[in-house]
Design a protein around this ligand. Structure first.
Ligand SMILES: Cc1ncc(COP(=O)(O)O)c(C=O)c1O
Length: 434
């Protein structure tokens, strides 16, 4: 096929997407991008344009597109054994479960494997209900848990919820969102009012005894909202006083993303009874994990089954991703390069009044855009402008926040300071057009 034929054929991807997919399958950018290839930090579209990928398909390509070590593990496994279902043991699944026991905090030991973050969170909520015999769950406003009935009921965004909550017994606590404090207070004088409010929420909106408190260590889709120091310690203490387990939803925050630690929750002194994750563990291969203490896992009665859960190819990919993170010390890299990124983003904030807040941990950093730094009125239109301008300059970034006004960056864990500089140059030029 000639280059022009390739281009004509590839453009069909967007046309067919619009004609044959649910319109709900929304795409970024005024003219949607059709991607055809990825290698390392870069992706290419069907026009032959190359982009620096600073979002990794939502923090999912963690160690580079087509990482040779991960690909080699996938190819080897595909050639050996592709599928078993959970009805048979397979070595990669057993090895990954053992590895998760070794690297997860506290007493977490036993895993249930699925295909996505949604399923991981569903499994965790079921496990908490079964282990405690209670049925109510406290979650956070501005959280995101996925697309199932349970996960949508837990999600704290009207924007992602096409139907009212379908699952009863899920109540939403105030988010630890310091930039827009729901109590109009300032840390630390606030006395962690958002955490304290969980007591009132449980006493007023539940039976007084809960199955679990489930929270993201950093609210990802919510716009990388980082809870203040001491938040999880107090929130988990209150939840435990009412019989609740603690589920840390690490779908976005795990695998070294936040710097120095495997899991985001390790930045606080709060021990989860269950961790869920997905995304960056597979580097693009579908995988979901629910890892629990033996007491919790052992109370989940059989039968339970997942056709693709523990799929040997996904498991081999996940093991390879963890190996790459260890061999290349990418947790440290995320801390070092993340600190540099943070400094460069703060410099952007000094220059551009539209940036109201810079926040994040490690290589999970965001910019919240506002029309006015005093009123903090969200600036989603300016965000769209920055999106189009950075795309024109060959850089892909992410979006988030309830108001669609937060730029999310999810550079790959093996990014360098040069990668950061390239992204900052594009962002700076884009902000200059506002
Ligand atoms: C924190 C969190 N939990 C759960 C999910 C759902 O994951 P998935 O889209 O893989 O079902 C997401 C997806 O973005 C997420 O960010």
């Amino acid at each position: 096929m000639s280059t022009s034929e390739t281009k004509a054929a590839a453009s069909e991807a967007v046309r067919k997407h619009k004609e044959f997919l649910f319109p709900a399958v929304a795409t970024y950018y005024r003219e949607p991008l059709a991607l055809v290839r990825g290698e390392g930090m870069h992706v290419w579209d069907d026009r032959g344009n190359r982009y620096l990928d600073c979002f990794g398909g939502v923090l999912t390509v963690s160690v580079g597109h087509a990482n040779p070590r991960v690909n080699a593990a996938i190819i080897e496994q595909v050639k050996t054994l592709q599928h078993t279902s959970t009805l048979y043991a397979n070595e990669p699944q057993s090895n990954l479960a053992e590895k998760l026991h070794q690297i997860t905090p506290g007493r977490l030991k036993k895993s249930f494997f699925t295909n996505s973050g949604t399923e991981a969170d569903d499994t965790a909520i079921h496990a908490a209900k079964l282990a405690t015999g209670r049925h109510e769950i406290v979650v956070l406003r501005h959280s995101y848990s996925g697309r199932s009935a349970t996960a949508l009921s837990a999600t704290g965004h009207s924007t992602w919820r096409p139907l009212p909550p379908q699952v009863a017994g899920i109540v939403h606590a105030r988010a630890p969102y310091c930039y827009r404090c729901p109590f109009k207070l300032t840390y630390p004088e606030c006395g962690l009012a958002c955490a304290e409010d969980i007591e009132d929420l449980i006493m007023t909106s539940t039976t007084g005894e809960i199955a679990a408190f489930m929270a993201e260590p950093i609210l990802g889709v919510g716009g990388f909202i980082v809870p203040p120091p001491g938040y999880f310690e107090r929130a988990v203490e209150i939840s435990r006083n009412h019989g609740g387990l603690f589920i840390a939803d690490e779908v976005q925050t795990a695998w070294g993303r936040t710097g120095d630690k495997w899991f985001g929750i390790e930045h606080w002194d709060a021990e989860p009874d269950i961790i869920t994750s997905a995304k960056g563990l597979g580097n693009g291969v579908p995988v979901g994990i629910t890892t629990a203490t033996p007491e919790v896992a052992d109370k989940f009665p059989g039968l339970s089954f997942s056709t693709f859960g523990g799929n040997p190819v996904s498991m081999a990919a996940a093991l390879a991703v963890i190996r790459v993170i260890e061999e290349d010390d990418l947790k440290t890299n995320a801390a070092v390069v993340g600190a540099y990124l943070r400094q460069r983003l703060e410099e952007l904030k000094d220059k551009h009044p539209v940036i109201g807040d810079v926040r994040g941990l490690g290589l999970m950093q965001a910019l919240e855009l506002v029309k006015d730094r005093e009123t903090k009125e969200p600036a989603p239109d300016d965000l769209l402008r920055v999106f189009e301008e950075t795309r024109r300059r060959g850089v892909l970034i992410g979006k988030g926040g309830l108001y669609g006004n937060v730029i999310r960056t999810g550079l790959m864990l093996n990014s360098t300071k040069d990668t950061v500089d390239e992204m900052i140059d594009a962002l700076g030029a884009a902000f200059a057009t506002i």
